[in-house]
Design a protein around this ligand. Structure first.
Ligand SMILES: [Zn+2]
Length: 373
């Protein structure tokens, strides 16, 4: 049964609107899939009848969370690699497992991941790297059925390495650049704006050492032509900085800017090792950093300078990353981790207060994926 009107009443509504209104004993009226009224329960109830009512007494009613960095295909392999650092984690555990996935594994993993996201309040996610073998069509069908908004980024790569570590990728994960570019376009034509406008198709550029500079330029040009977005892991580990300086004589963000891949349609995951000279470039171009504190702590990658980036005007969202780098896809836990991590680093209890992390999990995340309207 499809309901055309739902009334959520009696809860405390945390609006995240421009005035940051918090309304007690409030109601939210949803009609034909859109929120049409927010206000005091008594006012809205007296004016409207809804087909279905939800009693939210004693509860908080929040906007849906936007997870800005997710790997759908990793839900099946959570817990496969604990107590190890990123490149070993990829080479010895994650890539060999994912390199044997087929489209049924991809779909099952995506559904498990989406179920966990729905249960913990996430309504929108940015999937960062869908390899061809996971079967984007099957995953998109699952997004269509489950009711979430999904931004599905198809992997684009041409080199089987990470930074200066060449040819370390499992053969089952290796794809070629021209085929990747063609597949992004065909997935875009088939799925972008589908499922009542809930699906988007983006470019998922592999991290430094996974693409040639020419391929990064082609990705930037392709995204411009299609009017779509790009996401990429950047500055997750120190190797990204070493590699960019050695190969290109530039910092990671300077290099990405040179190849045209810094803009308001771009989400860089992690950004742990991006320095203070790089933040103004991100702020000026309107690019987002997806902060993934649990993953960065678990893989001992480092601590992203989030309060400093926010002060520099960078849009920063939150991400749970993947099953084996976090062991869950729960944005509430991620908000807690983000808040605590930066307090203890800066020795300042006012850093990353509740409102700031809630903004990152909601409106800043929505801005990251172009849905803040
Ligand atoms: Zn990731």
């Amino acid at each position: 049964m499809i309901l055309t009107s739902i009334l959520v009443k009696g809860g405390t509504v945390i609006t995240m609107d421009p005035r940051r209104r918090v309304i007690r004993d409030a109601a939210v009226l949803v009609k034909d899939g859109l929120i049409t009224q927010v206000g005091k329960s008594a006012d809205i109830k007296s004016q409207n009848r809804a087909e279905f009512e939800v009693d939210a007494s004693g509860r908080a009613v929040l906007p849906g969370f936007v997870d800005t960095h997710v790997h759908l295909a990793q839900a099946l392999i959570r817990g496969c690699a604990d107590d190890t650092s990123l490149i070993d984690w990829l080479q010895k555990f994650v890539w060999p497992l994912q390199g044997n996935f087929d489209a049924q594994d991809g779909k099952a993993s995506a559904e498990l991941c989406m179920l966990e996201m729905i249960k913990s309040g996430t309504t929108t996610f940015l999937e960062s790297l869908l390899h061809t073998r996971y079967g984007l069509d099957g995953i998109a069908e699952s997004v269509e059925r489950c009711g979430m908004r999904g931004i599905l980024s198809k992997t684009v790569m041409s080199l089987p390495g990470y930074g200066s570590e060449k040819s370390i990728m499992h053969p089952g994960m290796v794809e070629d650049g021209e085929t990747c570019l063609r597949e992004v376009e065909s997935h875009f034509k088939r799925w972008n704006d589908r499922a009542d406008d809930r699906i988007r198709v983006w470019y998922g550029a592999r991290s430094l050492g996974g693409c040639t500079p020419q391929l990064y330029k082609q990705i930037a040009e392709g995204a411009k032509r299609l009017g779509t977005g790009i996401t990429m892991h950047l500055g997750e580990v120190q190797e990204d900085v070493r590699y960019a300086m050695k190969e290109f004589g530039k910092t990671p963000v300077e290099f990405m800017d040179q190849v045209g891949l810094v803009g308001s349609n771009v989400v860089f995951a992690h950004g742990v090792w991006l320095g203070e000279k790089e933040w103004p470039i991100l702020a000026l171009k309107g690019a987002t950093v997806a902060h993934c504190p649990s993953s960065n702590m678990k893989l001992a990658s480092g601590i992203t300078s989030v309060p400093e980036m926010l002060r520099a005007g960078v849009n920063v969202g939150l991400g749970c990353d993947g099953g084996p780098s976090n062991n869950c896809y729960d944005m509430v836990r991620e908000m807690k981790t983000a808040s605590l991590l930066h307090k203890v680093r800066t020795l300042d209890p006012l850093t990353m207060n509740a409102e700031t992390v809630l903004e990152m999990a909601t409106i800043k995340g929505a801005r990251a994926v172009g849905l803040d309207g």
